[in-house]
Write a protein that binds this ligand. Sequence first.
Ligand code: BJ8
Length: 425
Amino acid sequence: SKDYTPLYQELGMDIEKHNELLAALGEIYPEFYLKQENRPKAMEYFDYVMSEIHGKRIEELMEKKKEGKPLVGTFCIFVPEEIIVGADGACYGLCGGAEFSIADAERDLPRNICPLIKSAYGFKVQRTCPYTQASDFIYGETSCEAKKKTWEILNEIHPTHVMHIPQMKREKEKELWKSEIYDFKKHIESIIGRELTFEELKKGIEIINKKREAMQRLDKLRGMYPDVVPISGKDGLLINQISFYDDPERFTQKVNELCDELEERIKNKVSVVPKDTPRIMVIGTPMAPPNWKLHHIVETTGGVIINEEACIGHRYYKDNIDTQWAENVDDLMERMLERYMKIDCACFTPNEGRIDKIIKMYKEREADGIIYYSLSFCHTYNVESKKVIDRLQAENIPILRIESDYSMEDMGQIKTRVEAFLESI
Ligand code: BJ8
């Protein structure tokens, strides 16, 4: 493929280190992805996106930047991307799923915090992530301790703003949250140099609504047909990950094309796994690329994953913003707030709605078991697992709890546990 060295130089990247990163990724992708059998033809597009994730997409983003459009890097689905898209800018999730950058992060950050944060911070220290380098600023939030304290340190090497996300959902927190969303809008407007119009904001919302609808459609095709699984969980996860990087309109079109193909497969009973393969839901913390470990283990051990109840997954696309009766910008902002307050992240207390939702999702999909996946040292999801697992056990739902980081060292041990779990259901 094309030599992007000049682009990387323009972004102030460490070219040598970045080459090492690409070489490492270049080994694992064919092994984890291209070796899968009977993949849908439409996956070719997503393979192409992955092959150009540090190339063509970055060129596109830099074109936007040169036109004065905002580029915003995020780590959380609380940041309202509709506002950025309404301003014709780009909002993207920053890489945080690789072990490659963790040692460099651990020079500044404690070892015993979540690997997602260390990985992302390490990419900035290394100057190996073109998305981080290209961003005008990063938007962090206050969802967990490790994140919010890391933003202070990150801000010393890259402009980092923090959105205050309350941890309860009462009326008074709603007011605070509302003012944070308005401040965010003002910040984006200060970059484009004018206020967003009703039409622009509505358009931003509609673009992202359509993206979410396509992902909801894919989710149903993956999991709602008990006798056919038309696409692997690994491919499903990959698409969820790409949803945070790709151009939203093009992505929507490509996901819908894939869904057309999957509908055909379902009609013709074309499944990627043999009949009676245990259908597993994964619930818990997000899996940022290239964290494909658990999916790879499950799907090379005789199971298949049909859904991710996580932010890189169902939590991201489950709710749309209703623009139907909105007449002005304030109406749109109110609807947006309502939608964002439905996010059932474990950073909230109480968070019972998440458990009800998981049980409902499990029953609707006629799944065979659940894996509660948590990144190491993620206190909110780790602690919340007690309440979730108690309720699942009361419903006689088979459940396996896995806590892990990005190292490959525990793969054998996780595989043994997954094997025993799949045999037991
Ligand atoms: S809305 S899940 S994206 S906060 S895994 S960094 S919580 S220690 S990612 Fe999250 Fe937003 Fe919630 Fe979703 Fe902290 Fe836990 Fe790490 Fe986490």
